[in-house]
Design a protein around this ligand. Sequence first.
Ligand SMILES: [Zn+2]
Length: 367
Amino acid sequence: MSAAAAVQKERLIETFMSLVRVDSPSGQEAALSDALAAEFKELGCSVYQDDIGNLIATFPGSRQGAETVMLCAHMDTVGTDVDIQPIRQADRITSDGTTILGADDKSGIAVILEIIKVFRDNPEIVHPTIEAVITVQEEIGVVGSTHLQKDRLKSSWGLVLDGGGPIGSITVSGPTSRKYTFTVHGKAAHAAIAPEEGVNAIQAAAAGIAACPCGKVDPEVVSGIGVIQGGVATNIVPDLVTVQAMIRSRNDEKLESWSQKMEKAFQDGCDAFGAQLTIEKHDSYFGYLLDESSLPWQKSKAAALQLGFPFSTHDSLGGTDCNNFNRAGIPSCAVSTGMANEHMKNEYILIQDLVDSARWVITAITI
Ligand SMILES: [Zn+2]
């Protein structure tokens, strides 16, 4: 029997639905992390759990010296929804309409568990050692995979089961994400009696905001202003404003040139009003660009062709755990699990897509 043919549809659906019923908003994954640690141990894995709940479950390969391959998914669900009730319909699984479903990314975890069960039940299938990496706090800025001690991993390549779109599609690039805090220092004064003695930080910040690049400013660059805070009362010239902004790009040169435009916009705004500017910035994760000859690309392509799924590659301006694993030297791409309308209350997953995702991924790692 081929590995793909050994995937059990009903078992996979049941695993997925039971995972969905365990609450796990970002930062509140402890119960799910502990339950998964127990389940992976039961399946014959050695399990490492770090202090924030990330799991590395290692299922030994079918022969000595087998290659090690990472399969990654994240256990947190976006936002604050809890008490999620999955509903199985004829061709799909949905929530009851009052919450997200959480197929992002419990579909990924369900597929990984199913693959390990297939290997456990079918010892004749030759397979690599699996490092199942199940992360926390992915949705709030890939926090879990940033924190994870990645030098514990032995994988030579990996697949991150955290994508939508047709089965057979992979994401081969991701951006660097840079976060800014622009602090505009004005000078306080009585706004009615002596406004001329003040420097209005709101006006200076406003000039900066108006001139700052915002939105999809280039096919490979997106920037945005997300938070503005400042001012005390209408009778005080405001002396302090902070503006939080971000920029993401897959292209390092463009990242730098557009970052300079953002900084210049705020500097010019401050100069025009006599305010002072301080800039804090840090890169919260780093971009990657997979090569066509890389193992995740080649293996996922070969598996898609073998199973008759249309293979396609995509670039993304969203961050995933892939960013951190590629940075750590484990070439990885995000693969589709069939999740659809993720982050919304009408999120769903087609049952056939969930099953096909498992068939595709298990073929990719055994081909
Ligand atoms: Zn996700």
